[in-house]
Design a protein around this ligand. Structure first.
Ligand SMILES: C[S@@+](CC[C@H](N)C(=O)[O-])C[C@H]1O[C@@H](n2cnc3c(N)ncnc32)[C@H](O)[C@@H]1O
Length: 301
């Protein structure tokens, strides 16, 4: 289970965010890139990581360790996931939503890399230490967001609503909530509380997008997939991912009036023309856990 009493960017949950910045950097360098994240490399180069995350695709014939192969294959998957959420945000903007909340924003750089209408506010919520690290690097890069960007340091397992509303969030107008790579790290009760808190802050017309591990309820009795991911990736995913049994978020959202659509990541990948077969072994088994991507909208009256 996740412990966050001590924190730095290269251990615990911090390193998962760093790994994703590296994955987006690899993805951005590919000829078939689904996203372009020019700031990802700045985060990766800002620290000495115990894991040598690749930040580009290897040249033809260049030797690749098993750990690098895992991260490179993972970057193909993260490319799909990042693009999926980019499109969720673009779709919300087209639908007139003007406040976007990235829950557990990590080292995401949408504020800097997407095209934004003039009147959008983007809230980036994460642990205060993550925000501090990110702000330092962004300042060093003199990065300028394309929207009004407000970082909110808080713990999403607790009551974060006051922090968000104090930062300017308006509950009477629709919002788009993005929980990318978050639920897997939350205890079951914190996940349900988070959904309830989001619901309470959501005006009709609000949207939410999230991902979840489909087999989470089986991981408690079958640790093999997590063991394998931990040893191949070099990240102690076993101590980070929370495997407590939980209700499916789709069920909770439907019961509370949201219209939900859920797909597995392979289906979404095919829609983007991407085959997630392992590029090194040509096997179809994915090293990451079985991810499902969900979008939902709260009906207008
Ligand atoms: C896997 S990273 C995902 C980051 C980002 N959404 C992305 O896709 O690049 C997980 C993020 O969740 C954040 N996180 C985990 N538990 C949290 C909590 N209880 N409160 C706030 N943030 C949390 C971590 O700090 C980290 O940035």
């Amino acid at each position: 289970m996740m412990e966050q009493h001590t924190w730095d960017i290269v251990t615990g949950p911090g390193i998962t965010a760093l790994g994703l910045a590296a994955a987006r950097t690899v993805e951005s360098s590919m000829p078939d890139a689904l996203i372009d994240d020019p700031l990802g490399a700045a985060f990766v180069h800002a620290v000495e990581s115990p894991i040598a995350f690749p930040s580009r695709w290897p040249a033809e014939g260049e030797p690749v360790t098993d750990q690098q192969a895992l991260h490179l294959h993972g970057s193909r998957y993260i490319g799909v996931r990042s693009r999926f959420y980019d499109d969720v945000v673009r779709d919300a903007l087209r639908g007139g939503v003007r406040q976007i909340v990235l829950l557990a924003a990590g080292l995401d750089t949408r504020a800097f890399r997407l095209d934004w209408p003039a009147d959008v506010t983007l809230y980036e919520v994460d642990q205060p230490q993550m925000i501090d690290f990110k702000e330092d690097v962004l300042r060093g890069e003199q990065a300028q967001p394309g929207c009004r960007r407000i970082a909110v340091g808080t713990d999403l397992r607790e009551d974060w609503r006051a922090a968000l509303t104090t930062a300017g969030f308006t509950r009477s107008v629709p919002a788009a909530w993005v929980a990318e790579g978050l639920l897997a790290y939350l205890p079951a009760d914190a996940e349900e509380r988070l959904l309830r808190q989001i619901h309470q802050l959501s005006a009709p017309g609000s949207r939410i997008a999230l991902d979840r591990i489909a087999q989470v309820n089986r991981l408690t009795s079958d640790a093999a997939p997590l063991d394998q991911l931990s040893s191949r990736s070099g990240i102690e995913m076993k101590s980070l991912i929370n495997t407590e049994a939980r209700q499916q978020p789709a069920e909770w959202l439907r019961l509370n009036g949201w219209t939900v659509r859920e797909e597995d990541v392979t289906t979404v990948a095919h829609r983007y023309g991407r085959d997630l077969t392992d590029p090194f072994t040509r096997q179809s088994t994915s090293p990451w856990l079985d991810t499902r991507l969900l979008t939902a909208e709260l009906a207008r009256p």
